[in-house]
Ligand binder design. Sequence first.
Ligand code: 6R9
Length: 633
Amino acid sequence: MQVKTFDEYQQVYRKSVEEPEAFWAEIAENFKWRKKWDKVLEWNFTEPKVEWFKGAKLNITENCLDRHLENNADTPAIIWEPNDPSENHRILTYKQLHDKVCQFANVLKNNGAKKGDRICIYMPMVPELAIAVLACARLGAVHSVVFGGFSAQSIADRIKDAECNIVITADGAERGNKNVPLKSVIDDALVQCPSIKRVIVLTRSHTPVSMIKGRDVWWEDEVKKVETQGNPDCPAEEMDTEDMLFILYTSGSTGKPKGVVHTCGGYMVYAGYTFANAFQYQPGEVYFCTADIGWITGHSYIAYGPLTQGATVVMFEGIPTYPDAGRFWDIVDKFKVNIFYTAPTAIRSLMSFGDDILKGKDLSSLTKLGSVGEPLNEEAWHWFNDKIGKGKCPIVDTWWQTETGGFMISPIANVTPLKPGYASLPLPGVQTVLVDENGKEIEGNGVSGNLCIKFPWPGILRTTYGDHERCRQTYFATYENMYFTGDGVLRDEDGYYRITGRVDDVLNVSGHRIGTAEVENALNMHSSVVESAVVGYPHDIKGQGVYAFVVSPDKHGNEDITRKDIIMTVSRIIGPIAKPDKIQFVSGLPKTRSGKIMRRILRKIAEGDTSNLGDTSTLLDPGVVEEIKAGAL
Ligand code: 6R9
């Protein structure tokens, strides 16, 4: 599955475009199937309907676990580093992980879980999170992991949308010196969720929790029951290749997050193949991905991708700056990490602490570096390359999305010549196109446009849960017969791709996708907010910050307190990750005569670039712009 030279990459890429079915069938042969496919691909982007490896049967956990038992049972699958460095780390070999997944799958069965059920997971970054995810997949239950930074309201929305019947959580999560009372947040969420019949609670932080009789059970008690039942194995459920594997909610340009659906066969092939190829993973290498399993990066590149390849994955519970800003490098040194995959926001944040934190850290084990989530600006690229990689580790800048399931545009380590700031070239099987606003393909090099993909790849989303029309509208209706990514891109003279950021109303704050409409809905829920508009602005560390223009005539005489109340409201409705960085009170928003907010103007003001606001003649009240400019933060 790995190409070894740039020439080979170019040949393989050509083949993947000319004969995509033959190309992917050959890749798929590297996986374990209960039954092989009758047909490699059937598709149209109009409905849309995409089916990969049609007729095939499998269980992804047999690929992640069982198939490694024969030769690699004692290879570490997960090396877990706790938040508190004085607590012991844990290592789970493939055999141990297999056994724990089977055991917990039996726990789920005892608690009524079956194939097709939707199970919500809200957990800290502990091995049990990976175990819970894989146990769902073992039974064919569909997991919907919700990141620990989301509020009770966000969890409730997601549980209701997917009609989940079970929640798996923990008493609390420790991140840095903060404790997030996960179970208590779940209790608040469940007030709105009658579909939940069972809550399984792992002990982690020893935070006091309220266990509701008949609904809530302890993870440890349930495991003991399975142990006394004396049946450690749990045969994997046979899944159709197009059965649902998981739902993962992500923000878009409209108010409500959508449940991106991935299915078993195609997703497995895509996550496994891209991991093996882009990182050129070799047996024995230690790979550390700093993402949280609550995001797609954790799904595809902590859990499924690396485990299908029998890799050793470091999983970290804490944050990069606790107990100090050298923590990542301590972990690299401690476990002799070879491949280190992180986000630009983390790199920029660690850069800002200066080079002293690197003194005495042995980073000599590193051979390959990776980045994901937002553009890796050149300054951060060079720091990462010079100070961390010591100029000898390729930086794999992976562009992809929740919807794509895996890497799309990315260098292949030690194969693709690198350019700082560029995600470089599409991986084999990925047919990128640039289009202009009218949907016309922009050919040639040295051009910019909107990034689309014109042919399916196995990891493409299949639908948005419960609302297929929304999937069509969002991704397949903007341009005919193309998947629209929502990103703008530059293709330079060498054909190299540089992602320039979202072209829709989606912000990317510290690598997290946040819809402006979602934040506006939350702001508008505050009793003294009449109306609001949210835009992004350049932020040194987060990449983008959240700037809110708020119309609030009645501030109870104290702007600062009102500001804090409003921030609290956003935190409650969406979660701390969506909190505005700046709130500017305004008497009105710049609107056209037809009532549309002119975000272009607000964006410029938020960026501090007010010299040329463009044409404001269509505004209902041009005077409001002067006022907003004068009060800009
Ligand atoms: C994997 C992930 C997707 C959006 C995407 C784009 C941005 C991701 C990037 C990147 C520039 C990269 N993005 N990787 N931009 N260079 N290497 O992040 O998924 O959370 O769905 O976000 O993130 O704007 O459209 P997701």
